[in-house]
Design a protein around this ligand. Structure first.
Ligand code: SF4
Ligand code: SF4
Ligand code: SF4
Length: 275
């Protein structure tokens, strides 16, 4: 990774020195632990803080929404570039305001099971890249859920979500969840009660999953963020696979593409997504 880190710093330094961007968002070492944390570089002197390794798990793309109207550089794993492509297709960002430093040949992150299933290991869009492009390693696809009956799948998720304490870390970590007011915070109407009864937990996860259909990029940020080790990605990843299988649609691959739910075809077979 040392070469990649040098390349990242060199590009970030150039961007800051030439005042091409107001800041560069990247990864750096967290205080008091070996974990990584987002860092926000605003001067050439700070670029030495930038690092990259297999603990660079966080989805940084979401921070771009805080800086929509100014120019920002970002260190982007391939899944971050897919999130950026989705934001562009949803008209949430202006391409001219983002300078993407894409990471080639993503090695996958520790503690992120989504990386076992990831077949996009090079950026889908970038202004600079670091490292050489790489091949997709052998994937380990977990088909357990697909092989369950509908009743078994429901039982599995009821059991998983019964442990949820509704901290909403999964929502906060997810690039898709950018609504100014989430339905769970609304009290007019109130969709879910406060507290953590199992029915309300299930409602939260099912409604969130519906908002993810055709948008989840299976990055695993939700699962990594969950303090209860809940298989929260399984439901949304299942929807991603469904979107690919039925509509040949893979989200975040093309910034010009219409989003799945904004494109209508009267010949759609319209199967239920949890069937
Ligand atoms: S989901 Fe893919 S691109 Fe993202 S960290 Fe894992 S292997 Fe890398
Ligand atoms: S992060 Fe885990 S515990 Fe928190 S709301 Fe999401 S699933 Fe529930
Ligand atoms: S729901 Fe999908 S896009 Fe959102 S954090 Fe989880 S895996 Fe990533």
């Amino acid at each position: 990774m040392a070469n990649k880190i040098d390349e990242i710093r060199e590009i970030a330094r150039k961007l800051m020195e030439e005042e091409t961007v107001e800041r560069v968002i990247g990864y750096g070492k967290a205080d008091f632990t070996e974990e990584m944390t987002p860092v926000f570089i605003t001067s050439p002197e700070e670029v030495e803080k930038l690092l990259f390794n297999e603990k660079s798990n966080m989805m940084l793309a979401k921070y771009l929404l805080n800086y929509k109207d100014s120019k920002t550089g970002i260190v982007a794993k391939p899944c971050d570039t897919r999130a950026i492509a989705s934001y562009l297709s949803e008209d949430m960002l202006k391409r001219d305001n983002v300078v993407i430093i894409g990471i080639n040949d993503c090695p996958g992150m520790t503690d992120n099971t989504a990386c076992n299933e990831c077949e996009v290991r090079n950026p889908v869009l970038s202004d600079y890249t670091v490292g050489e492009e790489g091949e997709v390693p052998e994937l380990k696809l977990d088909k357990t859920l697909e092989e369950m009956s509908t009743a078994e799948r429901k039982e599995y998720f009821v059991d998983q979500f019964s442990r949820c304490m509704r901290c909403y870390a999964c929502r906060q970590a997810c690039y898709v969840c950018y609504c100014e007011e989430c339905f769970v915070d609304s009290n007019q109407p109130r969709w879910v009660g406060q507290g953590t009864n199992p029915e309300d937990n299930f409602t939260y996860h099912l409604m969130r999953a519906m908002h993810m259909a055709g948008r989840c990029i299976n990055c695993g940020a939700c699962e990594v963020a969950c303090p209860e080790d809940i298989d929260v990605r399984a439901l949304t990843a299942h929807l991603s696979r469904y979107a690919e299988e039925i509509y040949n649609f893979k989200s975040g691959m093309d910034p010009q593409a219409k989003t799945l739910l904004s494109d209508y075809n009267p010949d759609d077979s319209q199967p239920g997504f949890i069937d």
